[in-house]
Each structure stands twice: as C-alpha cells, then as structure tokens.
Design a protein around this ligand. Structure first.
Ligand code: PXG
Length: 459
C-alpha cells in the first residue's frame, strides 16, 4: 500500500503516534501536526494538498541541482541492479567510490587528494576529529590533541559533532562533551563589531581570538582549529575577508592544523567548488556531505590533505575506524552523476558570475530597506536577513527569536520556504535558481515582511 491511500490527516496522526523528529518539540508537533511534503520538481516542493512552495533552503542546504533529476534516479537504479552494496573494508573496493575519489581529488584544492567516506556530515566530522588526533599521536605528539572551534558553530549532532559545535542548548543535553574542545568568538560583525570598528579590523580581532586560545592552551597542546567557512545553521554568518587568511597564518605560525567544515559550502554554494578556494585558504581536512549527492542519497566525504594522509599511510598501520556504508556504491554512483550535472550545466560558474551577484543585488535593493530588516548579506547563493525592531539601534523583538518565526510563517504561506534561526532568516536555494527565480523569491519575501510587520507592530 502506498502513501497515496492515506489522507493528510491520517498521515499526520500516524506521524504523531510513531515518529520522533530531529530537533523538534514533540509535544508541540503533536498539537499542530507535521507539514507533509510529498513531491518536488525543479525549484519547487509540494505538500500533500498540492500547494506549491519555492524551496529557498534546497531541502536542508543540500539539493543543489534541484528536484526531479531523472538521471540521478537512473544512476541509483542501474547501480542497485549491478551491485547494491559491497563494503570497502578488508582490502575490498567497488568501482564507484574509486572513481568518485579520483573526481574529488581533481576538484579539491591542490594539496588535497585522499577521501574517507561516511553517510552524513556528522560522521565525517567524527572521522576528522579522530584522524587529526591520530595524526599528532603518530607524529609523536599525543598531547597535541585540543581542538579550537567557535561559539554557535554547527558540526553535526553525534556526540563528537555536538562537542565540536558551539550550540549551548545542544551541549546542555549532552551529559558530557568530548574533552579538550574549546570555543572562541565567531566572526559575526553585525552583532559583535565594536562601534566604529571596520569590517577588516573586526575580522582580524575575531582571528586573534583563535591565537589567544592557542596561546592559552600552549601551542604544543593544540591539534587543530575547525570552522565552517561561512557559518550556516548558526545564521549564515559571513566573515570579513580579513578573517580566513589571518586564521590560516595563525595556524601555520603555531603548527596547528586547519579543518574546514564545508558540509554546507561545498560543491558550489559560494561560487567555487569549495569555499576554501573562495577564501584562498589551504585546509588540512575538508568535511563535505549534503550537496555531494544533492541530497539524493546520504553520503559524506572527508577530504584529507596530503600532510595528514602521508603520515597516515607511512606511519599509521591500521586506522581503527570506518562505517558499514563507507564508500556505499549506490551513493557514490549518484554523487558521480550529480557532479557531472553540476559541471555540465556550469552551475558553479553561474553562481560566481551571474546568480550570486544578482542575488546579492536583489537582496540589497529589494529587502534591505524594509523596516524590519537590520541587514542583508550573502555570498554565492547563501544569504541572511536580520530581523530587527529598530534598524538604527539594531534592537530586536522580544522574546528573542520570536519575530523571525512570524516572518517565516508568512513566507511559507506566501509559497516561500525559508528557515528562521534565532532572529535571522536564512536562504540557501538550489543552484539552479535563475534571475527570475530570485525575483520571485524576493517578491514573496517582501510580501511576508509586510505581513509580519503588520502583525509585529500590533503588539
Ligand atoms: N557540519 C555542518 C556545517 C552542517 O551544516 C553537519 C556538519 C552535519 O551533517 P549531517 O549530515 O550529519 O546532518 C551539518 C548539518 C539547520 C540544519 O537547521 C543544518 C544541518 C543539519 C540539520 C539542520 O540549518 N547541517
């Protein structure tokens, strides 16, 4: 029996009875019922009543080639028929992870040529944490095991991912984080720059926080710094251009490895294959997932720089780590086809040269002037809209986070799917968006802001 035999109400009731959702207040969900998305095509998703919604979040930052790609379904189907599964343990391999690794080595920054697979970004960050600590142990420095991260960072939801991340409510439910991880300030100029401080100077100050943490622990104790090139779930926080080169310089100075978490920024989002290339930095590890398959299959790839892989190969012996689905043949087949589509359609160049700049301009010209908007910012096809009560003073509505939810609900009612995180609205659309789609999105967002304004000013 397929789901078409069930009414919306029935699906919602069954969902409430049996399904524990991620990051959800279950009691609240049971009261309101879930929104059931049952189909999608191109840039649109459709709920079970057939309502068309423009997907401003590419699913959850992942569906970069958009929905309804028959080629990806065919790649999965062909691989399932040929070989649905075999493992890559015990000196075995299957063809698709082999070929995907070669492809990833080609598009990754020059000094990065090895890949370790998992099924999720969280798993890939577990691998990254273990690998980096293992690296220093192999180099005879087991005490060089501390990791520096940032407040509000999101690195996944496993114990290691949560520990690496800087989300306080998540830490509170953890009952003990992985030890030796510290969190420094984020490069978020809108709230953290001092009066009169330039973007450039703020970027250097935020980078200095990394140096201070290294010196506080002692460089001989610090293994690595980890960061999202642009913080995603934490609110599309785009660092000043001075930040990453300075962080790189500091890491080199103290021989601290640089780990970039590109689960969101990887595969074209910022207008290069990787944001490492956008920001001109040379990370030792690059965590990727999501858009590697455009979300059509669960797959993550930890890209490993030559410095670490040389030691692992030469001195490492067996690395006691891996997942049943490391290098899953079907997921890798879909990834290969997905990367082929991105290349064939020139989506990365399009983001860099056309849709990215157009998106930035549209947000500035059509959204930034709205009374509820404190700032808009974007890079490539990811953007943020700060919701404020008072543009001049940056005062927020109370309680904190409540206003963005009002805007979000109006946006969805206008046929525009976007996320609210804290007081920030975020956008991360499929890379297939055109100038017309961007115009359509801005129309709907502007309308949602007007309606939200009417609601919020009533109180
Ligand atoms: N790193 C980053 C930078 C992420 O954004 C992960 C790691 C973990 O990936 P997995 O595949 O294990 O979920 C992510 C995931 C949100 C939201 O609300 C963001 C993510 C996941 C779920 C919700 O913005 N990012």
């Amino acid at each position: 029996m397929t789901y078409q035999n069930y009414s919306l109400k029935q699906l919602q009731q069954i969902d409430a009875a049996h399904h524990l959702h991620p990051f959800t207040d279950h009691k609240e969900l049971r009261e309101v019922g879930s929104r059931i998305i049952s189909r999608a095509d191109g840039p649109f998703i459709y709920d079970s009543e057939g309502t068309e919604i423009l997907d401003g979040m590419a699913g959850l930052w992942c569906v970069n080639v958009g929905y309804g790609r028959d080629e990806l379904a065919e790649a999965a189907s062909a691989q399932m028929k040929e070989l649905p599964y075999y493992n890559s343990f015990f000196k075995c391999s299957t063809p698709t992870p082999v070929l995907l690794s070669k492809k990833l080595a080609e598009i990754a920054p020059n000094h990065v040529s090895q890949v370790f697979y998992g099924s999720s970004g969280s798993e890939a960050n577990d691998t990254a944490l273990r690998l980096v600590r293992h690296y220093w142990a192999l180099e005879g420095k087991p005490e060089k095991n501390r990791i520096i991260s940032r407040k509000m960072a999101y690195h996944g939801s496993t114990v290691a991912g949560t520990s690496l991340g800087g989300m306080e409510p998540m830490h509170k439910q953890l009952g003990g984080a992985v030890p030796n991880i510290v969190h420094v300030m984020m490069p978020y100029a809108y709230e953290l720059a001092l009066p009169g401080e330039s973007d450039h100077d703020f970027g250097l100050r935020a980078a200095k926080a990394v140096e201070d943490a290294i010196l506080e622990a002692g460089p001989e104790k610090v293994a690595a710094f980890i960061g999202e090139p642009v913080m995603g779930a934490g609110g599309v926080k785009i660092p000043p251009v001075s930040y990453w080169p300075e962080v790189q310089r500091i890491c080199r100075k103290y021989d601290v490895l640089l780990m970039l978490d590109e689960v969101i920024t990887g595969y074209g989002r910022t207008g290069e294959w990787f944001a490492a290339q956008t920001y001109g930095v040379e990370p030792d590890t690059i965590t990727t997932a999501k858009a590697l398959t455009s979300g059509y299959q669960p797959l993550s790839a930890l890209l490993v720089g030559d410095r670490i892989s040389a030691t692992l190969v030469e001195k490492g012996g067996e690395f006691y780590h891996g997942y049943t689905y490391s290098g899953h043949p079907v997921a890798c087949a879909v990834a290969l086809k997905n990367l082929e589509i991105i290349e064939r359609e020139g989506l990365v160049d399009r983001v860099r040269n056309d849709t990215g700049p157009y998106f930035a301009k549209a947000l500035q010209e059509r959204i930034a002037s709205h009374d509820l908007v404190g700032e808009v910012r974007s890079i490539g096809l990811m953007g943020a809209i700060e919701i404020v009560k008072d543009k001049a003073t940056k005062e927020r509505f109370l309680p904190s986070g409540s206003a963005a939810v009002v805007v979000r609900d109006h946006a969805i009612a206008q046929g525009m799917m976007m996320r609210a995180t804290g007081d920030t609205m975020i956008l991360s659309p499929p890379l297939i968006w055109t100038r017309d789609t961007i115009d359509m999105a801005c129309d709907r967002i502007a309308k949602a802001l007007d309606l939200a304004q009417a609601d919020l000013r009533k109180h």
